[in-house]
Ligand binder design. Structure first.
Ligand code: HEM
Length: 413
């Protein structure tokens, strides 16, 4: 997994990080991508437009320099480049005994001014790769017989993805300061029951069980600090990376389990202990305030039917999307009727696919459009049976492992 997956995805995370920091690099890369031939002489070939082939992507000088610069500045697998001396040896006057593990200091090599100047090696500058350097000055994939065997594959994979992504999207920097504090606002959607919508959530566990939890349909005026209920402490494993993927299971306990604590949450917050680590706490902020001590006031620019989590995060209602929830999800609206049994369907992300739906089905229903009833088995009878038989008895026996079997008999005339 580490060799074939984490390496390329982490390198791509750094690539997007540098693109966000350097709009001029993004522009040059997009200019090169826009000039790529669209298909084999046939510009209507949509598939080739989406998936440029190997030969096309391999002929992109600026892309090549860009990827090389990403891997020079972020040689992500530097720790695995080591060798064990199989016999006593002397290298430039230094005696290395048999069995000694020798580790190459890749960062010092990649940031060496003599090897990578005259431009400052601490600056992201793809054009530096136009100059031919010493072959051992660039070692993101190691060197020698044990060099990375996935190198060519990884490079083409990275380039393919960047071409496809940057053809449609630009990566822009976030202009708000980076914060690691997030509040999740769980809310149980009860689509057809308006009376229930106003009800205060007193026992989250009961409400959530068996129902989808979605972050939507919150009425801005009604949200109070009471609805920011829980906190989980989830450590970030590789905090030096600009992007981290975290998969975790959030255990939801009864709200009564919450224990108050004493810490300064200024005037607009309440100190609460974290659900999975009682020694840690968080400040439960009033609406309109955020930050570790609830002392950051923000103006909300989300639409009225959405919820302003912080000054930069809007939680949109089901049929809206966009950074400020101004955009209407027309797909959701036009397909709403195709969602059966009073369920709600919305596209995963209509910028990616118009066909993939997320469904919020009523209890006992499931399927892409809530079409199937849970625990329902359909047994079709062949028409020869129904034509030759004048009446039918059908016995269904349900077998349970711990209680007596159950039998149901149906009679049809
Ligand atoms: C950007 C992506 C990648 C980077 C930066 C990277 C880097 C490295 C490095 C530094 C080594 C050690 C080389 C040495 O000791 O001299 C290595 C080894 C290896 N890599 Fe990669 N790698 C990447 C992607 C991949 C992919 C996609 C695969 C497989 C599909 C792969 C498979 C391997 C294998 C099997 C080895 C061990 C080779 C051996 O010991 O003979 N790598 N990689």
């Amino acid at each position: 997994m580490l060799a074939g997956y984490e390496t390329t995805s982490t390198a791509l995370a750094y690539a997007t990080y540098e693109l966000a920091r350097h709009p001029e690099v993004l522009q040059k890369l997009q200019a090169e991508i826009d000039q790529l031939p669209l298909g084999n002489g046939d510009s209507s070939d949509e598939k080739t437009k989406e998936y440029p082939d190997y030969d096309v992507v391999a002929q992109m000088p600026y892309m090549d320099m860009f990827v090389s610069e990403v891997l020079r500045m972020y040689p992500i697998a530097n720790t695995v480049i080591n060798r064990c001396a199989s016999e006593d040896t002397i290298v430039q006057g230094i005696k290395i005994e048999k069995g000694t593990l020798v580790h190459a200091d890749i960062y010092s090599i990649h940031y060496d001014r003599d090897l990578w100047g005259p431009e400052d090696p601490y600056v992201f500058f793809p054009e530096r790769h136009e100059t031919k350097r010493h072959p051992m000055a660039y070692l993101p994939f190691g060197a020698g017989p044990r060099q990375c065997i996935g190198m060519r594959f990884a490079l083409i994979e990275m380039k393919m993805l960047l071409v496809r992504m940057l053809r449609k999207y630009s990566i822009l920097p976030d202009n708000v300061p980076y914060t690691r504090h997030y509040h999740l606002t769980p809310y149980c959607q009860q689509p057809d029951d308006d009376d229930e919508q106003d009800e205060e959530i007193t026992n989250i566990k009961d409400k959530i069980e068996g129902k989808p939890i979605i972050f939507s349909e919150l009425n801005k005026q009604k949200v109070t600090s009471e609805q920011l209920l829980l906190c989980w402490h989830i450590p970030i494993p590789f905090s030096f990376l600009p992007v981290n993927r975290i998969a975790t299971q959030l255990q939801i306990h009864d709200i009564e389990d919450r224990e108050p604590c004493s810490s300064s949450c200024e005037n607009h917050g309440r100190c609460m202990r974290c659900t999975n680590n009682k020694s840690l706490f968080f400040c439960q902020c009033e609406h309109g305030y955020s930050g570790p001590r609830c002392n950051i006031q923000h103006r909300c620019s989300c639409t009225n039917d959405s919820y302003c989590l912080t000054s930069s995060i809007c939680v949109c209602s089901l049929h809206k999307f966009g950074p400020r929830c101004h955009l209407k999800n027309s797909i959701y609206q036009s397909n709403n009727t195709s969602c059966q049994h009073n369920g709600l369907c919305t596209t995963h992300d209509d910028r990616i696919s118009f066909r993939k739906f997320t469904y919020f089905c009523k209890e006992d229903y499931s399927g892409e459009r809530c079409e199937s009833r849970n625990n329902e088995i359909t047994i079709p009878l062949h028409e020869t049976i129904t034509t030759i038989a004048s009446s039918l008895f059908i016995h269904f026996i349900t077998a349970f492992s711990n209680v007596k079997h159950e039998q149901i008999t149906l009679f049809s005339n």
